[in-house]
Design a protein around this ligand. Structure first.
Ligand SMILES: [Zn+2]
Length: 239
């Protein structure tokens, strides 16, 4: 199986480069690496014209729209069986797999990578992102603010090349589904715990906090299969 690992879709999220660096030293023929947005990385900015991870399936002349097109064409010629897209977050998650669908192949890969949880993002949010282009064969890894060490980069590279499952995780990996956003005025944002039930929000916050996003306080998830919807005033349901 051939795996493509992509880092630096967001120029200010450089931890993925460490993982790519580790992978490159291994020169494993089944692992292809790609640094997505070199210019944004050099400028230490999330993006130059517009968010690259919202630029797939966008027609336009922004740097990111052209870059997205070039990434897709490179992937077409590399023909990977699976794509791993690495991100970081200032929220308190450890390592979470954000998935575009719950295809068995994706769930198995997330388990092999040793994630804390699997979070399904709705199509309306992944449509313009990289993983939205490969809904059956990709996932994003999101590392929280305390997860940046050289040791971890080495471990993740090891798991990618050998698919070693994390020892503390078994088959009871929770799958969550994002279905709403948390509004920026929620007073509890500064002390929020990701993927821990929040009584006020009546759901599981994800990538939430005062500074994780410009316009929203983060996402709200429920456990997969649970149709329950929060009625909190701080929650905006995505239809
Ligand atoms: Zn990112």
């Amino acid at each position: 199986m051939k795996v493509a690992v992509i880092a630096g879709i967001h120029g200010d999220e450089v931890f993925g480069l460490k993982i790519v660096g580790e992978l490159d030293q291994r020169s494993d023929q089944n692992v292809i690496t790609m640094v997505a947005h070199a210019e944004a990385i050099a400028k230490r900015r999330r993006y130059v014209d517009q968010d690259l991870n919202r630029s797939f399936e966008v027609i336009g002349e922004s740097k990111e729209a052209r870059l997205a097109k070039s990434i897709k064409s490179k992937l077409r010629s590399m023909r990977p069986d699976f794509i791993i897209d690495i991100h970081t977050s200032v929220s308190d998650v450890s390592c979470v797999a954000i998935v575009p669908s719950i295809e068995p192949k994706i769930v198995v890969m997330a388990q092999a990578l040793g994630v804390q949880a699997i979070v399904l993002m709705p199509c309306m949010l992944t449509r313009r992102s990289l993983i939205g282009q490969y809904p059956k064969t990709s996932l994003s890894l999101e590392f929280g603010r305390r997860y940046r060490s050289d040791k971890l980069a080495k471990e993740v590279a090891e798991r990618i090349t050998r698919c070693i499952p994390f020892k503390q995780l078994a088959s009871d990996l929770e799958i969550y589904e994002v279905y709403a956003t948390i509004t920026k005025d929620y007073p509890g944002l500064s002390r929020i715990n990701s993927l821990t039930f929040d009584k006020t929000l009546e759901g599981f916050p994800f990538l939430a906090g005062p500074t994780t996003y410009e316009s929203i306080g983060g996402f709200l998830a429920r456990k997969l299969g649970d149709q329950y919807q929060s009625k909190s005033q701080y929650v905006a349901i995505m239809e």
